[in-house]
Design a protein around this ligand. Structure first.
Ligand code: 13P
Length: 348
């Protein structure tokens, strides 16, 4: 597909006041989420839950530009037989699909992974395009290792793992563009560990340099790419947690140094931040730096859009209205954060 068409999709994915709902939890991950509300994860319960989200009209029409689906979901019908993809499209939102096959250990590199799923990807993308997907997602996982040795150097991530993941992301992105699908490239630097915000900053820099080098070499058109990164943030176990202002400043600085202006948008993952933290940090960035950024800055949250909805739903049909209302609220709050006009008082 030509770059103009891809760019049109990418720009729509980061329209003002809108962002992406990551509803692409694998069968294993959604089971973990359902375990927290004592609900069995079976095909129909997964369908009912996602149908509740996709039928939340206010959220889907006003604040959700696109939905990342899992293979099962893109083929599933709502209880009344309507394809779930149609519910998304009817709300004016764009269906997307997770296409990677997960992060797998790299032999000889303990603690590091490379994401697999390139074999047969061309054929799978052609099928997903027929099923309605107009964008895709591939997640690389980059762990920040502990300091080691007498000089306190870091062994992880290695240059090799950054390169291997960047090459896979670039090959995936190229195949997506060939199929008329906008690639979301996601190099996630994990929040696990006790590293401080500066170490996260260094590793995020290194992963983005490797990624944009590889995308350039593969002749991927950046106008038709969306970046999905972590925020620059201290590890969850770090005694030195940064303020929202510091997170915003370091994150925006990092991306201004590493992400070419041709990229239409950056959409963050929430990565284990609480719902309010994820909203607040996005808001701080857009409120303080909108004029300094060449790309739109938005969200592609999984947990930070769904936790309250899942808790309100509890797997029970009588709670669908409450679950839906909780999702609509989070979507609205994040839509405001995209504009930089959110405030804590609006949380109620
Ligand atoms: P979280 O927002 O829950 O981190 O999920 C986003 C996602 O899609 C990670 O790949």
């Amino acid at each position: 597909m030509n770059v103009t068409e891809l760019n049109k999709i990418a720009v729509a994915m980061v329209a003002p006041a809108k962002g992406i709902l990551a509803a692409d939890e694998s069968t294993g991950t959604i089971k973990k989420r359902f375990d927290t509300i004592n609900t069995q994860s079976v095909e129909t319960s997964r369908r009912d839950y996602r149908e509740m989200l996709f039928r939340t009209k206010a959220a889907m029409e006003e604040n959700i530009s696109g939905v990342i689906l899992y293979d099962e979901t893109i083929r599933q019908n709502a209880a009344d037989g309507t394809p779930l993809v149609k519910l998304i499209k009817d709300a004016g939102s764009i269906p997307g699909i997770k296409v990677d096959a997960g992060a797998k250990a790299i032999h000889g590199f303990p603690g590091e992974t490379v994401t697999e799923g390139l074999d047969g990807l061309r054929e799978r993308l052609a099928e997903y395009h027929k099923l309605g997907a107009r964008f895709a997602k591939w997640r690389a996982v980059i762990d920040v290792g502990a300091q080691q040795g007498i000089n306190g150097s870091y062994a992880i991530p290695t240059r090799y793992s950054l390169k291997a993941n960047a090459e896979a992301l670039a090959r995936y992105a190229s195949l997506c563009q060939e199929a008329g699908i906008v690639p979301i490239v996601e190099p996630e630097v994990l929040m696990d560990g006790d590293h401080d915000i500066n170490r996260c900053c260094e590793v995020t820099h290194a992963s983005l340099y490797a990624l944009f080098g590889a995308l350039g070499e593969a002749r991927v058109a950046l106008e038709g790419v969306i970046l999905k990164p972590n925020m620059v943030i201290a590890g969850k176990k770090s005694p030195k947690q940064a303020s929202s202002e510091e997170i915003a400043e370091k994150t925006v600085d990092c991306f201004r140094a590493c992400v070419p202006a041709a990229v239409p948008g950056i959409v963050f993952l929430s990565g284990g931040q609480s719902e309010i933290e994820a909203t607040e940090n996005l808001n701080t960035m857009n409120a303080a730096y909108k004029d300094k950024m060449p790309w739109a800055l938005s969200f592609s949250y999984g947990r930070a859009l769904q936790t309250a909805a899942l808790q309100a739903w509890q797997g029970k049909p009588e709670n669908v209205a409450a679950g839906s209302a909780a999702f609509a609220h989070r979507a609205k709050m994040n839509g405001l954060a995209q504009l930089g006009t959110w405030s804590k008082e609006l949380e109620g």
